[in-house]
Design a protein around this ligand. Sequence first.
Ligand code: WTA
Length: 648
Amino acid sequence: MSDDSKTYPVPEAFASQANLTPEKYREMYAASIADPAAFWGEQGKRLDWMTPYTVVKDVSWETGDLHVRWYSDGVLNVTANCIDRHLDTRGDKAAFIWEGDKPGESHTVTYRQLHASVSKFANVLKELGVKKGDRVTIYMPMILEAAYAMLACARIGAVHSVVFGGFSPEALAGRIVDCGSEVLITADEGLRGGKSVPLKVNADKAAGIAGGTVKKMLVVKRTGGNVSMTEGRDHWLHEIGATVSADCPPEPMNAEDPLFILYTSGSTGKPKGVLHTTGGYLLWASMTHEYVFDLKENDIFWCSADVGWVTGHTYIIYGPLANGATSVMFEGVPTYPDASRFWQVCDKHQVTIFYTAPTAIRALMREGEGPVNKTSRKSIRLLGTVGEPINPEAWEWYFHVVGEARCPIVDTWWQTETGGTLIVPLPNTTDMKPGAGSHPFFGIKPILVDADGRELEGAADGNLLITDSWPGQMRTVYGDHQRFVETYFTAYPGKYFTGDGCRRDADGFYWITGRVDDVINVSGHRMGTAEVESALVSHDAVAEAAVVGYPHDIKGQGIYAYVTLRAGCEADDALRKNLVAHVRNEIGPIASPDLIQFAPGLPKTRSGKIMRRILRKIAENEFSNLGDTSTLAEPEVVKDLIDNRQNR
Ligand code: WTA
């Protein structure tokens, strides 16, 4: 359990070199809230503009006229900011240090080399007919070409949609069709934990499912595995790449031109395409990366996320590069070849700032201190976490065992929708409380409300809302602005609803308590229960399914599925396995149900609505107090559900 009163001061060695102080934070925060236009007008100058902006903020959160625009008459290019402007002073500095899945395989790319590779890649896209505004889907392993592909899109004004390499062909196809992407960039195979991932095979299947949408496929050779190429549609990067020039001027983009779409799960329906634009997003990525991580010129920054998630976009690619930093990109997994890998890589590349997910920390914690203690880790001065609430036990282990009580921990709360961090204990501005998101970043005004939208004062527990826009905010749901309005601005009109619950303690620290909607957070990955349910019911044996989260030691939350079978289907372990395989096929391994309970009936209201509250409690093994079940159509189903629960 979290303990409000437990605090750690910032370790002295860190404090003495920190960029921020508590006073500086208070002063900047106050200025950002008092006059947002003035504050953000000034901060906008951290980017290089081809045409400077004169308008800073043009935002309305009124549902009838909802629009979010920042720096809307400014013109810039993301890659000019992430690459070209560093060439004079940092041309020979490492932009990326890439560490392969297999230990021993790594290389460094300087800003000058990055400039050439991205320019060439951009010219390859042009050869394939990609133009400004076109959507390009990227389905790649964690290799440098994934970064080049994203940056190449930004260079010519194409809009990238990166789809995590662990998603299935079905899931990939859905995302391709939704944004009408005619070009798909992939690799022959990926490599993770010593196993190959059949990306090209999956891409071919996805292109098939997507009908004629995919016109061109660009394939990067990673493993050299045998893949088939479709004549006229498929091209090897190294073949076209050999013929194009390394000169590609950056396309002038309006600040509000789209930069990327990233699909994320919501409580209803299919994943939505979160759209981020050029100026505000880049500013947010750059500024949060600098302040949250106490960035210095010589830092080696490692964010262990995958570029398929927003954390990879903002803190492997755009934030670090905008700041001229050195970013480590890791192809592998924390436990391969053994549970010491993260720390070995930190030693090898002298990583100074390390940023990972609580689920990885918990998985490594299970292996004990041995694998950590056999490494030095002396280069690390700051640790970070993201993706889900970190339980205090994992926090303490990270702090004491990994960081040897030398390194502050920045627990960064944010979302795909927010572009970058919004709530965080900025280094050296506050004592640390294990498990607390702590305080708002500049310009962020969080409030807590009860179910009726009444604002709660002082120490309180409620739903977390943000009351005003910030430059990194998503602009719309791609192709469905109404869904944007409904999802985030309708429950509490005029405010941004995060979907998270949150507690504010008596000292004013914010503690994120997890999703309050039908989204579950599995190993830091967002999964809509509706998505898993619809995958389950698409199986021939399934009549109905209801999915909830339950506490899981390593994953944070596991997926618990209640399944009602069609008449005549045998409820046995073989079918359980079969259903898991089916969901993996439909969505991907991250959506695999951990527990499946065959249920002859589900608890429903008389109007036919499934009472998830009851299902959640049973899955959590907390069925002694189920609350009011009198409104159920068939109260007796509850006893059967309890008797046959899987999580004993
Ligand atoms: C959760 C990932 C507690 C939260 C950047 C949010 C967190 C969802 C934290 C967004 C944290 C993320 N503490 N919860 N530090 N960071 N979350 O879109 O529920 O993949 O709404 O973005 O993850 O997940 P997403």
